[in-house]
Structure formats: structure tokens, C-alpha cells
Design a protein around this ligand. Structure first.
Ligand SMILES: NC(=O)c1ccc[n+]([C@@H]2O[C@H](COP(=O)([O-])OP(=O)(O)OC[C@H]3O[C@@H](n4cnc5c(N)ncnc54)[C@H](OP(=O)(O)O)[C@@H]3O)[C@@H](O)[C@H]2O)c1
Length: 328
């Protein structure tokens, strides 16, 4: 097109068309051809006894994306909630996007790990199945989830590597029990080990991501490889410390929205989906409201990690160098 004409048309195109306000269910593309809703409800640390009501309330409030994991030890209750909303026809199964994850003690038993989650969730398939951490642990250790040696060090399973685990994951789509497979907590180092050995590129890398921890390197790397990023702990996790950040409050005031809307919309502006956990009905409702952020807002939010010199959390519980940089 003539450059002058395209400039003319761009100048006259309304802002709402150029930068549409994201919504909780804005569909973001995956490399499988499917889409993932922009906002998901997290279920980690949602206590048994609370999580059924939480998931029902979220789905009745419009959430369509629910993030689960075998390790959260509450999938049976999530399953009760799904059974209820599906029976009441609040939604059809096809309208939901359900993620679950393979726990570290199941790396040698990938399909068995998936089957356990499917049974607890009461589902025939999940939309996304992730390797929860690239760290195989002893399936016959002294604890079913977090085995340790007597000296307290982590009981890792050195008989296989995370690349072997992925080879088992690649067999799952043809079973019909998963629509997509992906990874979580993968650094550039681990993806560089994995990608040359794949026949299926992971659809998603689910990582800790928020303005204290922008992780630009892994976000850019995944974008370049067609791997969608899902951000977890967007409010800074337990106790939501980022909600009190001055810059976040300032950007929220500018747009007349809650600080949560800024923290969640930050990821959608970067092309990522985002998971937020709450068991509080009013918060589940307010967290649904996303907003458009401009370049100036993004620059301010990106300044938070620089100003605070935030040091990355290390994950000593895994007893292995996961290859994330120490400093952002
Ligand atoms: N792949 C992984 O390894 C991994 C690791 C961590 C998390 N995740 C996933 O990501 C999800 C979200 O991360 P997260 O649970 O760590 O943290 P988060 O969503 O950043 O924060 C959750 C905390 O924020 C509070 N909160 C929620 N909405 C709020 C609001 N509007 N105002 C004030 N406080 C609010 C919650 O309290 P209440 O619940 O009491 O309301 C809870 O204490 C998890 O649940 C899980 O599904 C995945």
C-alpha cells in the first residue's frame, strides 16, 4: 500500500480498534492452532474446603481458564466444581480451558501422572498438560511429592533427564487426553537443551512473571520460538505485595482501575496470558477487569525491577541449578 495512504488511514483509525481493551477471555494464539484465554484462575494454595466454591464462583463470574496441578493436592475438589458447573450447563466443556501439570515424581510415569489428574478432575482430556518443573525426582523416595535423602538434600532421579520426560510427553496428544503439551519453570538454558530434541515444540512455558521479575530474556526467547508465555504469581504471590507498589497504584489511578487490573493487564500487553489466585469472591470478581496500558505505563512498570534491584527467587527446594539469572 502507498505509505502516505497507510499513514493517513492509521491516523484516522480509532484507538479502540488499534489497541482494543483486553478482556479476561481474549483468546491468545498457541502454536497448536488453538487459543488460550488471557486470564486464568490459579488454584495453588486454595485450601481443600475452599477450592470447590472458588472454582464454581469463578466460572459463574465468567472465568473460562483454570490452572491446576497434581501437586496442589486439590484436583478432586476442582473436579467436583467442574462436575457441578457442567451439569448445570453454566458452560460446555469446550468453552473451558483446563491446565494441569506433571509432578516431579512422575517423570518416569508421564501417562500415569496425567491419568491421576484426569481422574481427580473428572475429565476425559485437559487443554494443556505441562511439565511442572524440569526436575525428575525419585518416585520411590521417602515422600510422594518432595522426597529427600536422610541428610535433607533433594532425592533427584538421575536415571532420566528432562529431555527424556519430554519424549514421553510427546506421546500424549495422540491419546486424545491432552490438546496441547508444554513446560513450566523452564529457563533459556533448559529450553536450549530441550528444543533441538523435540518433535513437538512446547505450546506454553508457564513462569513466574511480574514487575519485580520481568524475565525479559526468557519472554523474548519464547516469543522467538513460538512458545506462549503464561505468567504466574502476577500480584507477587502470597499476600499480593505488588498491590502496594506506588508505581502500580499511580498507573491504576490514571486509568481509574484497581491495582490488580494493572498487574494482570501488564502481561496481556506483553502478549502473555496470566494466572491469578484468589479464594475471595469479591477479589475473583475484581480481578476479571483488564485494561489497556500504554507505552508510558509499561515503561513505569518495567522500572520497578530496575529501581528495586530485585534479586530473583532461587528455588532451593529443587536442589538443582535451574539456570535462571540471579539479577534482572
Ligand atoms: N507453574 C508453577 O510452578 C506455579 C507456581 C506458582 C503459581 N502458579 C499458578 O499461578 C497461580 C497464581 O500465582 P500465586 O497463587 O502464586 O499468586 P498471585 O495470584 O500473584 O497472588 C495470590 C495472592 O494474592 C491475593 N489476592 C488475589 N487477588 C487479590 C486482590 N484483588 N487484592 C488483594 N489481594 C489479592 C490472594 O489472596 P486470597 O486468595 O486470600 O484472596 C493470594 O494471597 C497459582 O495459584 C498457580 O495456579 C504456578
Amino acid at each position: 500500500m502507498n505509505p502516505a495512504l497507510s499513514k493517513f488511514m492509521l491516523a484516522r483509525t480509532p484507538e479502540r480498534i488499534l489497541h482494543p481493551t483486553p478482556t479476561m477471555n481474549t483468546p491468545l494464539p498457541l502454536n497448536t492452532g488453538a487459543t488460550i484465554p488471557a486470564l486464568g484462575l490459579g488454584t495453588w494454595q486454595s485450601e481443600p474446603g475452599q477450592v470447590k466454591a472458588t472454582v464454581i464462583h469463578a466460572i459463574e463470574s465468567g472465568y473460562r481458564h483454570i490452572d491446576c496441578a497434581f501437586c496442589y493436592q486439590n484436583e478432586d475438589e476442582v473436579g467436583e466444581a467442574l462436575k457441578e458447573v457442567l451439569a448445570k450447563k453454566v458452560v460446555n466443556r469446550e468453552e473451558l480451558f483446563i491446565t494441569t501439570k506433571l509432578w516431579c515424581t512422575f517423570h518416569t510415569r508421564v501417562e500415569e501422572g496425567l491419568d491421576k489428574s484426569l481422574k481427580a478432575l473428572g475429565l476425559d482430556y485437559v487443554d494443556l498438560f505441562l511439565v511442572h518443573w524440569p526436575v525428575p525426582m525419585n518416585p520411590k523416595g521417602n515422600h510422594p511429592l518432595f522426597p529427600k535423602f536422610p541428610d535433607g538434600s533433594r532425592d533427584l532421579d538421575k536415571s532420566i533427564t528432562h529431555v527424556d520426560t519430554w519424549k514421553s510427553m510427546e506421546k500424549l496428544p495422540e491419546t486424545g487426553k491432552v490438546k496441547a503439551i508444554g513446560v513450566a519453570n523452564y529457563s533459556v538454558k533448559f529450553l536450549e537443551e530441550l528444543l533441538p530434541n523435540t518433535t513437538i515444540t512446547p505450546a506454553v512455558n508457564q513462569i513466574e512473571n511480574h514487575p519485580y521479575l520481568p524475565q525479559q530474556e526468557i519472554v523474548d526467547f519464547c516469543k522467538g520460538k513460538g512458545i506462549h508465555i503464561t505468567a504466574y504469581s502476577p500480584l507477587g504471590s502470597t499476600g499480593s505485595p505488588l498491590m502496594k507498589e506506588e508505581v502500580v497504584i499511580e498507573v491504576a489511578k490514571k486509568h481509574s482501575v484497581e491495582p490488580g487490573a494493572v498487574l494482570l493487564s501488564y502481561h496481556v500487553a506483553r502478549g502473555s496470558s496470566v494466572l491469578v489466585k484468589s479464594v475471595t469472591p469479591a477479589r475473583i470478581e475484581s480481578n476479571r477487569k483488564l485494561t489497556s496500558l500504554d507505552d508510558d505505563d509499561m515503561e513505569k512498570l518495567e522500572g520497578i525491577s530496575k529501581a528495586k534491584g530485585f534479586t530473583r527467587f532461587v528455588y532451593p527446594q529443587f536442589g538443582v541449578n535451574l539456570g535462571f539469572p540471579d539479577k534482572q
